[in-house]
Design a binder for this molecule. Structure first.
Ligand code: KG4
Ligand code: ZN
Length: 339
């Protein structure tokens, strides 16, 4: 069976064709990074308009690369939550129109669950039950994933997502958006012990929550001192920048790894599956792997190309199809950020 999967939750317009045995027949991602770069973050209205322009060409391209026509599809799947309202509506409207025109079943995909399912696609083996861990630009969440359709939210950030902190600190250091890869690159030649940044909630094992806003402020104070936010006056050497980047990155990684293991202790789960853009971070991948080896926990981290937003991970729709979970054409978006 062939599934068309559509993703437009934030600033990537994506479509893929996947089979029920998780073969990827095509995957197309139109990134909007160039449109948002000058604003140092995603501008929702610009994102929605760009999705409008790109959604049909992206779907056409996915079908043509797969060598299929609409008639060859068995279902249409779309990420309808969570995300930016205007962005979600474009993908959902396209999916509903196609489902109506072709009389194919419509399947709803939860974008966060899909990020975790990327691990199953890559592993080509069952990864459930597991602790699902999403670390992205908009989300930092822990889930108890009983099976591919039963996810229990255990906790998440009470303010910024990890990726958002990377992006904002990158802006402070004068790096372009998205900031994660730049911070990571600068950090490679820095000393992660140079600055003492806070690790919020790390000493509170019962609290499955994250907070990165204090860390952002701590970086700001380290760079400019309290009461000043004029980065045009920032005058530090490349080595100092590298030291700030490395110290910041290590603080985030300590919180992420520490909390994942607080969740492991609380749930007794023996496997962790990690997805989302920040999971592309080398220091995080390495330190999670080391800790998992030490504590004998099985670890799956989505491959880098499936970490950032894409439609392939929407293959979680195959599981919903098998469970008979189809949607009516009045399906709506659920925009709210799940903290
Ligand atoms: O999953 P994603 O594409 O979008 C959301 O659903 O939010 O994640 C994008 C985020 C951005 O904040 C970006 O800075 C971050 O992932 N990111 C990284 C790295 N690569 C991307 N953060 C840290 N290190 C990286 N190597
Ligand atoms: Zn995402």
């Amino acid at each position: 069976m062939n599934f068309l999967t559509i993703e437009s939750t934030c600033d990537e317009t994506a479509a893929a064709v996947v089979t029920d045995d998780l073969q990827v027949l095509s995957s197309v991602v139109a990134s909007q990074e160039d449109l948002h770069e000058k604003f140092n973050g995603v501008v929702p209205e610009i994102a929605a308009r760009a999705h409008m322009e790109r959604i049909l060409p992206v779907i056409d391209e996915a079908l043509s690369r797969a060598g299929l026509k609409l008639d060859d599809l068995d279902a249409i799947a779309v990420a309808n939550q969570p995300g930016l309202s205007g962005s979600l509506l474009v993908g959902l409207s396209a999916a509903k129109s196609l489902a109506l025109a072709t009389n194919k079943p419509l399947i709803a995909v939860n974008h966060l669950h899909a990020h975790i399912y990327a691990c199953q696609i890559a592993a080509k083996a069952n990864v459930f039950p597991c602790l699902g861990f999403i670390v992205s630009g908009g989300h930092t969440n822990l889930f108890r994933c009983v099976d591919p359709i039963s996810f229990e939210h255990l906790g998440g950030t009470i303010d910024d997502a990890a990726g958002e902190a990377f992006d904002k600190v990158a802006t402070m250091l004068g790096f372009p958006y998205p900031g994660g890869p730049c911070i990571s690159k600068a950090a490679a030649s820095g000393d992660h012990r140079a600055f003492k940044f806070p690790r919020t909630f790390l000493n509170a094992p019962d609290r499955l929550q994250f907070s990165f806003s204090g860390l952002k402020t701590a970086v700001l104070y380290a760079l400019l001192g309290p009461g000043n936010s004029d980065f045009s006056r920032l005058d530090i050497s490349d080595q100092q920048k590298a030291d700030v980047a490395a110290s910041f990155e290590q603080a985030v990684v300590d919180c992420l790894v520490g909390k994942a293991f607080h969740a492991i202790a609380k749930t007794g789960l023996g496997r962790i599956c990690v997805g989302g853009g920040v999971a592309a971070n080398g220091r995080l991948r390495q330190q999670l792997a080391e800790r998992c080896e030490k504590e004998e926990i099985e670890l799956h981290i989505a491959p880098v190309e499936l970490c950032t937003d894409n439609a392939v991970m929407g293959a979680i729709a195959v599981e919903r199809y098998r469970a008979g979970l189809f949607e009516e054409l009045d399906l709506d978006i659920v925009a709210g950020l799940l903290r």
